[in-house]
Write a protein that binds this ligand. Sequence first.
Ligand SMILES: *[C@@H]1O[C@H](CO)[C@@H](O)[C@H](O)[C@H]1NC(C)=O
Ligand SMILES: *[C@@H]1O[C@H](CO)[C@@H](O)[C@H](O)[C@H]1NC(C)=O
Ligand SMILES: *[C@@H]1O[C@H](CO)[C@@H](O)[C@H](O)[C@H]1NC(C)=O
Length: 472
Amino acid sequence: MMESCRSVALALHVLVLLIWALCMQQSAALKAGVAKVDATLPVGVPLAGFSARKTKFWPIPRPTKYTTFMEPSVGHLDPTWTKALVLKDDDGTELCIITFDGIGADGALRKLAYYKAAVLGFPLPLSNVIMSGSHSHSGPGAVSPEFLWEFAPATDLIVPELQNMVAEKMAEAMMTAYKQLAPASAGIGVSQLFNVTKNRRAGVSPFLKPTDIDPNMAIISVDSADGKPLATVWNFAIHGTCLGSKNLNSSADIMGAANAAIESLVGGTALFINADAGDIAPTGATCDGNAERPHFAGADIIAAHVKEARSDVKVYSDLQLQLKSQLIDFGLTDLNLTLARVQNCSSGGPLDICGICEFLNCDLHLRLDSSWVEEMPRFTAVKFVHGSNTDILVTVPGEALSGLGFEIRADMKKLGFDSLVLAGYSNDHMGYFATVQEYDVGGYESLLTFWGSGTAEKIRQSCSAVASALAS
Ligand SMILES: *[C@@H]1O[C@H](CO)[C@@H](O)[C@H](O)[C@H]1NC(C)=O
Ligand SMILES: *[C@@H]1O[C@H](CO)[C@@H](O)[C@H](O)[C@H]1NC(C)=O
Ligand SMILES: *[C@@H]1O[C@H](CO)[C@@H](O)[C@H](O)[C@H]1NC(C)=O
């Protein structure tokens, strides 16, 4: 009697352990890994973002070790990082997000980084890798090959040695993040942050006021199995233009300072994905200095907001991922560079398109091919599912004006998605995407909208094409 009781107890014990192990396995279905690598380039590289950093006699080249048309950097203000977050759900669907403190995401750089990572053993397909440039205007240039940006000069002529350096750092981040994959939980939430940004077209467009911003901030919160913050992806529309063209020290600008502040306030790694920042600039107060922070005072406000918003995001260890990625051909540009359209250019902007127009004598309808600007962008949508809740991330290959951002937000709602991560400046960089209304007003962002007045609509349809493939 005693003996059989004992064996029944033992069997029950084993059963309980088995059920517990199964439950643990189920509740630990999601895995995450994250890594950050300092990708600061040597002093003397061009800094990408302002054509006012061109040499005195541009377009006559004045080559140095790393520069051709632009002044070389003279130092570093703060590091420019590349970071990677890998997520894997229990079906084995994998996603890698790479962020980079630079002017934009370039398709050639993305592929180079990917192939370097693949050689190291990184197993995800290229289509499951999203690269986002923070849009800092003081990050490294000379790492992308499109001639329009090289010559403008926004990025300066590519230096393969520098492109390789950055790609290697990205590959290292991707591989390290992949090796770190461990049980985790994740979730997405959207909150709103006002008063750190302003609409910079308010003086140009009769339709816009300085307060016409996109205040939406999406957060992807990733915690380790023991509930500690592992990664915080924050997605917000803000230009990285606190430092102006006179600054020749490399820097991750306001978003870099905010990342650092988030990491010290929240813990874990902070990754920034810009949104529809085509017309959204930081306010003066955001860029001011204070006693503790010589630049970027607003970084602390952003970090405090992220911390609070993150605490409201529910995370799930059984979050499911679905992914749809597609190349979409935009064809040759439909670029109307006539003196008439350049009229409103005095509004300014980081790239001296008026100067270029004058130089080219500017009576042009330019049908530029892919050696000038990327034309076959990759659009990726990622659906995050928990219960009946479905959130979506969708990429935009450049600078959507906030008007377009709101249209995409409305489209995603109509498709039935709850929260949206609007991943601008991601995968490729095709310039600005002005809505028809802003295209017709003209000005800087309009002139750098390269596929005519239908550009924004084509971007919008492309986002919907990948997202609707995932809609229930
Ligand atoms: C802050 O944002 C709100 C909402 O747009 C606006 O009403 C208010 O005027 C802003 N305050 C400042 C100081 O900009
Ligand atoms: C270019 O823009 C000007 C000024 O808006 C307009 O008059 C002209 O028709 C445009 N040309 C083309 C080819 O679209
Ligand atoms: C310049 O902007 C004004 C509105 O601010 C607009 O009426 C005008 O058509 C614009 N000119 C061009 C060439 O785009």
